[in-house]
Design a protein around this ligand. Structure first.
Ligand code: MLT
Length: 312
C-alpha cells in the first residue's frame, strides 16, 4: 500500500508508454540520473518509458504539471531535494509535495561540487573565498532557478562566505555548466553527476565537494570540511513521484521496477563513475521516501528561514 489513498486497480499496467518528467534541462544532472534508470525500469515493467524535460521555475513548473496529471501511473516525476525546499522558497507554489503526490521511492543521493570557469584566478578553496569577498560586486553565480539544488547550495555558500554574488538563473545546470566552461559565468555549485566529466577534463576549476567524505571519482578534490567550511554540507537526494490517487498496485509496480533498476550492475557502474550510488533497496520504497520527504521539508524550512531567505 502506498499510504497515499490510492485504490487497488491497475492490474494490466503498463499498457501504454510511461512518461518520466524531468524538471530541468536535458543533459543536466537530473536528466542524467533519470536516463540511467529509465531503460532498466521499463524492462522490469515490460513497457516503454519516455523521458520528457519540462523546464522552468527551479523545477516547480514540472512538479505542478505532474501534480495535476491523471493519477494513472503513466506520468511520473523525477525530482530532487527541490521537492522539499520549494515550500519554503515560494509563496504560491500551486501544489503541496505531501498531499498532491504519492512517493515511489528514493533513487540516489548526489554530492555537490563548488566549481568555477577555468580561468578564475583563485587556486584553492580558501583563495576562492578571499577572491569572492574582494570581488562580490562583479562575480556571477550560476544556478538553475529558485528551488534548484544549485540555488540552495549557492545560498548556503554565499551565507557561509558572507557575500552576495550576482545570481544568473538557467533552466538547468546542463546549460549553466556549458556557460561556465565557456567563461560566460564565474562560479557554480553543482552535482557530481554533471560536473565530474568537465572537472576530470580540466574544463572547469573545482574547489571542493560538499559532503563529509571525499568522492571516489574525484579523489583529489578536498571536502568543504577539509577546506575550512564544514557548515557547507549539501547532497542532492532524488526520488520518483506520481500524482496522489494513483492506484496502489501501480505504485507498487513502479517501486519494484525502481528497485530492480537500482540493482542493475550497469546502473551502479554509471553512477559510480559520476560520484554517486543507488540508495539501499530499503529506501527505494514509497514509505521510506515519504518519511524522508517529510523530514526534509521540516529541515529545509528551518535552514532557509534561519538563513534569512524570504519566500518569493
Ligand atoms: C538539473 O538537472 O539541471 C539540476 O538538478 C539543477 C539543479 O537543481 O541545480
Amino acid at each position: 500500500c502506498s499510504g497515499d489513498g490510492g485504490t487497488d486497480s491497475g492490474g494490466g499496467y503498463p499498457d501504454q508508454n510511461i512518461t518520466i518528467v524531468v524538471p530541468f534541462s536535458a543533459g543536466g544532472p537530473t536528466d542524467t540520473v533519470t536516463r540511467m534508470i529509465a531503460d532498466p525500469m521499463a524492462k522490469a515493467l515490460g513497457g516503454r518509458i519516455v523521458v520528457q524535460n519540462v523546464e522552468g521555475a527551479g523545477g516547480t513548473v514540472a512538479a505542478g504539471q505532474v501534480a495535476a496529471a491523471q493519477p494513472d501511473g503513466y506520468t511520473v516525476l523525477m525530482h530532487h531535494i527541490g521537492m522539499s525546499t520549494a515550500p519554503a522558497l515560494y509563496k504560491d507554489l500551486g501544489y503541496q509535495p505531501l498531499a498532491d503526490f504519492a512517493t515511489i521511492g528514493l533513487v540516489t543521493e548526489v554530492p555537490m561540487t563548488v566549481v568555477a570557469r577555468p580561468d578564475l584566478p583563485p587556486a584553492t578553496f580558501t583563495d576562492l573565498t578571499a577572491y569572492l569577498k574582494a570581488n562580490a560586486g562583479t562575480v556571477t553565480l550560476a544556478n538553475a532557478g529558485i528551488g534548484a539544488a544549485s540555488h540552495l547550495c549557492g545560498l548556503l555558500f554565499q551565507s557561509a562566505v558572507g557575500v552576495k554574488l550576482q545570481e544568473v538563473p538557467y533552466q538547468g545546470t546542463g546549460p549553466a555548466l556549458t556557460d561556465l566552461v565557456g567563461g560566460q559565468v564565474d562560479v557554480m555549485c553543482d552535482q557530481t553527476t554533471n560536473t565530474t566529466g568537465q572537472i576530470t577534463a580540466g574544463k572547469v576549476k573545482a574547489y571542493a565537494v560538499t559532503t563529509p567524505e571525499r568522492v571516489k571519482s574525484l579523489p583529489d578534490l578536498p571536502t568543504t570540511t577539509e577546506a575550512g567550511m564544514p557548515q557547507l554540507q549539501v547532497s542532492v537526494w532524488h526520488g520518483l513521484y506520481v500524482p496522489a490517487g494513483t492506484p496502489d498496485e501501480v505504485v507498487r509496480k513502479l517501486s519494484g521496477a525502481l528497485t530492480t533498476a537500482l540493482a542493475d550492475p550497469a546502473v551502479i557502474d554509471q553512477m559510480a563513475k559520476l560520484g554517486t550510488a543507488p540508495v539501499p533497496a530499503a529506501d527505494a520504497t514509497p514509505e521510506a521516501h515519504r518519511t524522508h520527504l517529510e523530514e526534509q521539508i521540516a529541515t529545509w524550512a528551518k535552514v532557509i528561514s534561519d538563513a534569512g531567505v524570504k519566500a518569493s
